[in-house]
Design a protein around this ligand. Sequence first.
Ligand code: PFF
Length: 450
Amino acid sequence: MENKNRAQFSSKFAVVAAAAGSAVGLGNIWRFPYELGSNGGFAFLLIYLLFVFVLGMPVMLSELVIGRRSQANASGAFRVLRPNSRWHLVGLLGVITAFIILSFYFVVAGWSLEYVFQAVANNFVGKAPSDLSQVFTDFTTEAVRPLFWTIVFVFITAFVVLAGVQKGIEKISKILMPLLFVIILILCFRSLTLPRAEEGVKFLFKPDFSKITSTVVLSALGQAFFSLSVGMSCLITYASYVSKKNNLVHTAFEITTLDTLVSVLASVAIFPAVFSLGIDPSKGPELVFITLPNVFTQIPGGYFWAILFFLLLAVAALTSTISLLEVITAYVTEEFKLKRKTVILLSVGVLIISSGLSSLSLGVWSNLQLFGMSLFDFFDYFSSKILLPTGGLLISIFIGWFYKRKDTFDELSNGGKLAVPLFNIYFFLLRYIVPIAIALIFINELGLNK
Ligand code: PFF
């Protein structure tokens, strides 16, 4: 039954645009290239692609089933489908994960705003890669400016989420997602025509399997879940706004393909330039921020390319931060019967503190550490490499073992109206492969076997 009082996306395109907006973000343009660069290039890419389609997509499909079937928030959804059990805690885990991701994500999103202004001020001109690296380090370790941009980003996000599902999230995603795609394509073309671009292409597409270690495998798993926005009930929340007529299998396939395409294209835009400029591909989080400004200074119209790119990065980040804040907002609003506005204001307060601390942990408060990592690095590591795979593991166990197979089929086939040709494969992956694979990867890398 449709719940008439709940907000809904207005069209099929809006659903894909909003969910792809959540998936496509800093994870694709900032995180994917540096993870790939630090984890051996093509070998990482291959494992990543395997994980996206074999582990990520089945979990995504399950989240869509849970959300649309229950028409409830991350935690309420499990209560509707499995009353009087503890499964609702999986939703709560998702809400906590959203807080932790936002606590470092807002910081990087803030960096992209600073770089828009650096680009407007034409500050990249005449700077060698090492100078740009210094600019990045000076900026991110400073106290006030990164903090300021982080807070600005928290407010922009809160403002959009306050506008609600159709007016806010949908409108922004519908216009900006297609634009983002076009701009990345243009950047790829520019990067591929730089001198010595072939070396970057070789790094991206020539296998070197000696580079595969358990760390590389866990990184690829974390990156796959992070990039697809799965494992933390974000898509449960979005699917609760999806019409009963929507084809969920098509939606999952479209989001996954789009997201993966953007990550691969972002790497094609970055690595030829990295090699052309002689930058170390394993530079880590600064990779995008030192590579592209260099490229822009070397091309005609570079001034405008640079502004456009960092604006695009900020926009991609925004469509993801709104989805993360929506998880928290829907949960607290429905579970504690509070007004949306109150919840958003409260979240803003908490998030300013947590992301502020995470920003300061990179510089003036560098002794703010957990498990030998800065708070920023800890939030990143803990959310993507531990919490998201754990969430994915639990969601796959829920649908694979604790929810009726025929109900899952019923939801995916819209009550028997649609054909679901690969249902058996999906269910097999979910029931056996996803939980076993995630468990093995954890055991292997986290030393649980020692
Ligand atoms: N998928 C986003 C990105 O790649 O930047 C990050 C993200 C958004 C992760 C929403 C998880 C999530 F629920």
